[in-house]
Design a protein around this ligand. Structure first.
Ligand SMILES: [Ca+2]
Ligand SMILES: [Ca+2]
Length: 207
């Protein structure tokens, strides 16, 4: 029982952390039919679909997912009609309106060939970092952006690995931002101390 509680506390902690560290999206769940992502299903959501169909509004990928209420893989005037019918209390089993879709990460990791938390390397060493993220299939592909001391050093892309040669001694924070197709992201960091290279022993000819 105690273990279950501590696992739950841990999960709550993780959820609150991800809420803080992630992009300004409303929640890790999207409600099917809530196209404007305001957490409720109203006629405005049907209007959103209609506007996008005539090119008056562009929907984000997450909005497109929320708009496809009959789950046929596309958003059409039929989806807008289903939303209007739902608001008029005409329910249908052909749609999943008001169901939640989770679009966060199921798991993420960040490691390097020299360790995964706090690592010490001599100046001139090359470290290879590797990240991974698991997200529901609907929200693939996962993309990665790498930072050193909060500056982008590898732009967002599908390459999950990043290698860097540390030419200056000092303390570094290497960060990866892991995104999914809905632009939800999580961050992971590794701290590094780069030390001055060991002094070489002079050879006899130099002595
Ligand atoms: Ca809404
Ligand atoms: Ca549809």
């Amino acid at each position: 029982m105690k273990k279950i509680i501590s696992v739950m506390i841990c999960l709550l902690f993780l959820l609150s952390v991800s809420a803080v560290s992630s992009s300004a999206l409303p929640n890790v769940n999207v409600i099917v039919g809530d196209v404007d992502l305001d957490q409720s299903i109203t006629v405005l959501d049907a209007t959103c679909i209609q506007k996008s169909l005539v090119g008056m509004e562009e929907l984000s990928y997450l909005q497109e997912v929320a708009a496809d209420v009959d789950n046929d893989g596309s958003r059409t005037v039929v989806d807008a009609t289903w939303i209007q019918r739902y608001i008029a209390s005409i329910k249908s089993k052909q749609t999943t309106i008001n169901e939640w879709i989770y679009y966060g990460f199921l798991d993420e990791s960040f490691t390097s060939d020299k360790g995964d938390r706090y690592i010490v390397v001599p100046k001139g060493d090359t470290v290879t970092f590797e990240a991974s993220g698991e997200t529901p299939e609907l929200f693939l592909p996962v993309t990665y952006e790498f930072y050193i001391n909060d500056e982008v050093v590898q732009e967002r892309g599908e390459d999950s690995a990043f290698a860097y040669t540390f030419d200056k001694a000092g303390r570094y924070t290497v960060k990866v931002r892991i995104y999914n197709r809905a632009d939800w992201y999580e961050e992971r960091t590794i701290s590094l101390d780069v030390t001055e290279a060991q002094e070489t022993v002079p050879t006899q000819s130099e002595a």
